[in-house]
Design a protein around this ligand. Structure first.
Ligand SMILES: Nc1nc2c(c(=O)[nH]1)N[C@H]1C(S)=C(S)[C@@H](COP(=O)(O)OP(=O)(O)OC[C@H]3O[C@@H](n4cnc5c(=O)[nH]c(N)nc54)[C@H](O)[C@@H]3O)O[C@H]1N2
Ligand SMILES: Nc1nc2c(c(=O)[nH]1)N[C@H]1C(S)=C(S)[C@@H](COP(=O)(O)OP(=O)(O)OC[C@H]3O[C@@H](n4cnc5c(=O)[nH]c(N)nc54)[C@H](O)[C@@H]3O)O[C@H]1N2
Ligand SMILES: [Mo]
Length: 916
């Protein structure tokens, strides 16, 4: 946090000065560790074991915040008798199908709800539900909210008992064995966390991409959420889970998403086959008979359509629902890259504010994908590697991309930076802050708003008068923003007002989302942002200093929804509506006034008393009882056990990363069976035990950031000050590893994977301590990923090392742990580099099937499926073009050396399987 979120870290330091204890858990000793009370080194990729052991301690010692857990979580709910846990199935949950590599979630449902599971036979490629990202701020839909419960928590199939059994094997001994954390350090962490929670105290959990960027990332956060719920740390001041975000306004870009499967406000993107019309679409979100504020999804969706299509959207035409794009599977960024490599699907591409040639996993696949396009539009502050790959990519040196022949036509458009345009940033805590333009953009630099407005305007002008029905989607758009100045910049506040939404009968701005209607009389571009322009005031632009207002500074900026600073804050009071403690009071029920009052905007229907019980048969917000604080959940409760919404298990389980030198000690199952993979010769993976050959890649690599550089580097490598502060790509290794491999401080070494070789200067440091795992020492190698060919300081692209193995819920890549070998000296270049990669592939018996085993048991069983058969299961097939019989061939890729192949449009670069 000190390195990547230094501005926020000042508050941690303030808390520390007032007596708070700061614990930093990280494989590498950083500036955060230096300022923490306790530093806990951990093997990258093992946090679920650590957290699981803290959970086990809470459960087995009865240390939970019992009243909170009973009242506000699903602890007492009874799960289907068809459910089988990882305890019963050696690391799998019931319902796994190794043909499709997916779970049928029927058996995870509550008793009596079995029909609500997702039985569809979907592969990880065709997966249609995308539940993981939909309803992002909430739970997935349930069939109905009447569930059998056992208030005594003794029923063997109640969530509480399942939880106890599930976590019983997560012990301090296991933490020592798998995380490399000694027992006394574990005790210290667990005790600090548990004893600082309860009625009088709360603990905050802060995580960032050290947790998320892996094939089981969502389950890491689930584990943290379970612990925070058991300890009563949600919806209360000083508690919560803080996801430290990345780019400025990355929160904003999920709220008003740049993600393919979401519409604004976490409404799902309609599906081509499942959502033939608006009514069906809304029904799948609302779920008949379920509780909570998704019950008003029709108002949110219709208001969005009214904001998009204005007068053209009418009840008769389903409010132009058919104009919206549809999805029919995984169209995530990595799927797209594989499609580009394969050719024939994606011909043109817009790249705005992203540098995948450096920043995305498997850099070689990224660049070869870009080199297969017909055209590419890049809008950026700098001439980034994703625009110059055709002349300076490492593949030029290897002959895989030939500049004279690369077919991609690149259009580079200079972008205005954040200081050169106005608008809002939304940060981690959902706070929108308006910023003014400081200077005009220079020359041809333009804002995104300018670009899209004028692009849309010109396209609409071209299409004007068209009677082709497919053009209606463009022609029906509301596209009438006032522009100003010599460059005709659209007015950003007008856009914010459109997002806020209007009462279309009066023309007034909406005061909040509860004002939205499903009958076409209101509009609003993002329901959770409704109220940001309440009373005609740009609420996000408020800047009343904190010292002039209360603790939560409600008049600084504006937080969604409704300026609430703490979500689910009804949980800060007990079931009767009284604060759990005076010290931790936030909102409470005022009997005299007949309303919820306090220091924050209540996240609850303000006049609904704690004693309220819904009429039988009610649904939506009306069905919420007075003690249902989790108002976006389909049952009003927080989910310790998640019957829906998570694709790889209702509870978290530890699996080894896609590549690991270790066998999973927790279960027979080695890896997340539902992890998403792309089988392609550019994306071959290393063997992990029990597959043979892992000793060829004995070390663990991990990547992260430097304070002095920013992400893919365009914003820092070109700045003389920052380039001077961190002048070269380097790798950190321990003195022990340096001795083992003959490396010298400040000299060169290179890291080798089955994908690529990357060289860097060596930094020998104690910050990366060797850890004892399963009674042997593991060395971790740390690299920052900020370098590429361009800039004042240039270096190899570290992201050429990672493979594409993704979390099935959110399609995020494994950046934080993989295996490798390490050699002293500079790397070979050009063709010799590829020869070295091939040599390692042969030594490690790497084929396209390696590392793709779904069910370890089936692989180990003499009569079970072998690796190649398993590799076929749910195979993405993307980009392989390979017949199944090719898959078991050990791979020594015949790369293209001859000029001339690259420009042959039928033979995409790097995709010529016929030669293999
Ligand atoms: N100066 C600067 N600031 C930035 C950025 C930048 O590039 N430069 N990038 C921004 C962006 S886009 C983002 S997303 C954020 C990211 O913010 P952070 O997540 O803080 O960034 P990282 O440095 O990638 O990773 C954080 C830490 O996770 C540790 N880690 C790796 N594996 C594990 C593990 O298995 N368990 C645990 N407990 N820790 C592990 C790493 O050693 C590292 O110290 O930072 C933002 N802020
Ligand atoms: N190995 C490894 N790889 C990682 C990570 C890791 O931890 N390890 N972290 C990952 C994470 S969390 C992230 S977020 C990604 C980031 O990866 P990218 O998003 O690909 O990298 P950036 O360099 O942040 O790219 C942002 C670009 O936007 C440009 N830009 C800035 N402002 C504007 C603007 O207003 N308009 C336009 N059009 N352009 C603008 C910048 O110049 C920059 O080139 O990297 C990921 N890659
Ligand atoms: Mo990020």
């Amino acid at each position: 946090m000190a390195e990547c979120h230094p501005v926020g870290f000042q508050w941690v330091m303030e808390a520390k000065a007032r007596g708070a204890k700061v614990i930093h858990i990280d494989p590498r000793f950083t500036r955060t560790s230096a300022l923490a009370d306790t530093y806990v080194p951990i093997r990258s990729g093992s946090d679920i074991v650590l957290l699981g052991a803290v959970i086990n301690r809470v459960l087995s010692q009865g240390r939970e915040f019992a009243e909170y857990v009973r009242a506000y979580t699903n602890a007492s709910w009874i799960v289907s008798e068809d459910y089988a846990d990882t305890e019963d199935l050696d690391g799998l949950f019931s319902g796994f199908d190794s043909e499709t590599r997916t779970y049928d979630t029927t058996s995870w449902q509550y008793e009596g709800h079995e029909g609500g599971g997702d039985e569809e036979e979907e592969t990880d490629r065709t997966r249609e539900s995308e539940e993981g990202q939909q309803l992002g701020s909430a739970g997935a839909a349930l069939e109905h909210h009447e569930v059998r419960r056992d208030e005594t928590l003794e029923h063997p199939r109640c969530v509480w008992q399942i939880l106890k059994r599930h976590f019983a094997r997560y012990t301090p001994e296991m933490v020592q064995e798998m995380c490399g954390i000694p027992r006394d350090l574990f005790e210290e962490v667990a005790e600090a966390w548990i004893s600082n929670s309860g009625r009088e105290r709360t603990t905050a959990l802060v995580y960032s991409v050290g947790w998320t960027q892996r094939g089981t990332g969502v389950q890491y956060i689930r584990t943290g959420a379970i612990l925070q719920l058991l300890l009563g740390n949600m919806g209360r001041p000083g508690g919560g889970i803080m996801a430290l975000r990345g780019h400025a306004s990355i929160q904003g870009s999920t709220d008003i998403p740049t993600l393919y499967n979401l519409l604004p406000g976490y409404l799902p993107m309609p599906h081509a086959h499942k959502h033939p019309d608006l009514a069906t679409y809304i029904d799948t979100i609302k779920g008949e008979g379920q509780k909570g504020f998704w019950g008003n999804a029709d108002a949110y969706a219709v208001s969005l359509l009214k904001a998009y299509y204005g007068d053209a959207a009418t009840a008769e035409n389903d409010y132009c629902f058919d104009h919206l794009p549809r999805i029919d599977g995984d169209h995530g960024t990595y799927a797209q890259v594989m499609d580009m490599i394969e050719g024939g699907k994606i011909f043109g591409y817009f790249l705005l504010g992203q540098n995948p040639a450096v920043g995305s996993a498997n850099g070689r696949a990224q660049r070869i994908g870009l080199a297969n396009l017909d055209w590419l539009v890049v809008r950026d502050l700098m001439m980034i590697e994703s625009a110059t790959f055709w002349k300076d990519a490492p593949e030029v040196e290897t002959g895989e991309i030939v500049p004279e022949e690369c077919r991609t036509e690149v259009f580079f458009l200079p972008a205005a930076s954040h200081t050169e345009k106005e608008g809002t940033f939304t940060q981690t805590q959902r706070l929108l802050q308006w910023r003014e333009k400081a200077v005009d953009p220079r020359d041809d630099c333009r804002s995104e708003l300018w670009f899209f407005y004028h692009l849309g305007r010109r396209m609409r002008e071209r299409l004007a008068g068209s009677d082709d029905p497919r053009d209606r989607a463009l022609l029906d758009l509301t596209w009438d923003y006032p522009v100003h100045g010599p460059t005709q910049e659209p007015d950003a506040e007008t856009v914010l007002k459109e997002i806020n939404g209007y009462d279309l009968t009066s023309g007034e701005l909406l005061p909040g989302f509860t004002g939205m209607r499903a009958d076409g009389t209101t509009s609003g571009g993002c329901w959770i942002y409704a109220g940001v322009f309440a009373d005609g005031v740009n609420q996000a632009a408020r800047r009343k200093p904190g010292r002039e207002q209360g603790l939560h500074a409600p008049e600084w900026g504006w937080a969604w929804p409704m300026n609430r600073r703490i979500l689910y804050n009804r949980a800060s009071a007990d079931p009767e509506g009284k604060p759990w403690s005076e010290r931790k009071a936030l909102v409470w029920w005022d009997e005299e006034q007949g309303r919820w009052v306090g220091d924050d905007v209540p996240d609850f229907q303000v006049t609904k008393p704690p004693s309220y019980r819904p009429e039988p048969g009610s649904s939506g917000a009306d069905a919420l009882a007075g003690d249902d604080p989790f108002i976006m959940q389909a049952d009003g409760k927080a989910w310790l056990f998640a019957p829906k919404g998570v694709l790889d298990g209702p509870l978290p389980a530890h699996y080894e990363p896609g590549e690991s030198p270790f066998r999973n000690s927790l279960y027979g199952q080695q890896q997340n069976p539902a992890r998403q993979m792309y089988t392609h010769h550019l994306n071959e993976m290393h063997p992990s035990p029990p597959e043979p050959g892992s000793e060829v890649f004995p070390y663990v690599w991990t990547t992260s950031r430097l304070t002095e550089h920013h992400t893919a580097g365009a914003m820092s490598r070109y700045l003389p000050y920052l380039a001077e502060l961190q002048p070269a790509l380097f790798m950190e290794v321990s003195p022990e590893l340096a001795a083992e491999r003959g490396l010298r401080h400040m000299e060169w070494a290179h890291v080798i994977t089955a994908r690529a070789v990357v060289e860097a200067r060596v930094m020998v440091t104690d910050r990366l301590a060797p850890l004892r795992i399963q009674d042997r020492v593991v060395h971790q190698i740390w690299l920052p990923f900020h370098w590429g060919p361009g800039g004042l300081t240039s270096g190899d692209v570290v992201n050429d090392l990672p493979h594409l193995t993704l979390d099935p819920n959110v399609h995020i890549q494994e950046f934080k742990a993989g295996t490798c070998d390490l050699r002293p000296g500079r790397r070979p270049r050009g063709r010799d580099m590829l020869a070295l990669v091939d040599e390692y592939r042969r030594k490690g018996h790497v084929s396209m099937a390696t590392g793709t085993v779904a069910v370890t048991d089936e692989y180990l069983h003499p009569a079970g499926k072998d690796r190649e058969e398993q590799a076929q299961g749910g195979r993405t097939g993307i980009g392989t073009g390979a017949a199944p019989e090719d898959v078991d061939e050990f791979t020594s890729v015949e790369h293209h050396w001859e000029r001339g192949t690259a420009q042959d449009q039928k033979t995409p670069v790097g995709g010529d399987e016929g030669e293999r």
